[in-house]
Design a protein around this ligand. Sequence first.
Ligand code: PGA
Length: 252
Amino acid sequence: MRKKIVAGNWKMNTTLAEGVGLAKDVNEALAARTPNCDVVICVPFTHLASVAAVIDGNKLGLGAENCADHVKGAYTGEVSAPMVASTGAGYVILGHSERRQYYGETSEILKTKVNLALENNLTPIFCIGEVLEQREDGSFFNVVKAQIEEALFDLSAEDFGKLILAYEPVWAIGTGKTATDDQAQEMHAFIRGVIAEKYGKEVAENCSILYGGSCKASNAKALFAKPDVDGGLIGGASLAAADFMGIVDAWN
Ligand code: PGA
């Protein structure tokens, strides 16, 4: 059966001291629980090694928010997949809409990043999702399908099986405007169908598809109750341990 996952995306928030404090709080809260899902925090590059040192890696996964599309060399300011892996991280968010929108990340670039992440034993949390205009003009299924096909469909079935997907409608990110649970379910089922067509039913059934976009403790239970919603990628509500744990507990 596919995994249930709640992953935090801290984005560009917290100083190192604040981040280590938050990671400790999450770690402590998890130590007192037996969560019904995998729990991951994706933190700024600067925090990775320090956070790895204070969490119990058996109960709390650690990820980066991006990695470079090159392995090493003259790419000032970039952080490679091997560098991320060397901190102890096991995950990396790729294709987040903020990276696509503000940093010009195309499907071609993302394809390279996914390959490098997999080569370095990082689990990509690969984000897809339409902007408001595409939701309104009805092109959202085609948009999401193209994002998946362009960046991921050169992968072998075995490698595709290592991915986590996150459907994040851009109009719901940080806006307080969550997709309804029916809208999420409709898209997640569609995505699973797209995967099934290419890789077969088994790969599709085993793929965890998270929902992201203003997910919080108060709406997580209804979203996670949908059959094709396998958890959440959480931005704002991952920045306080109690809020984040409220979402983890939605699986109970
Ligand atoms: P949000 O962000 O939960 O703050 O809407 C989600 C995300 O961008 O991953």
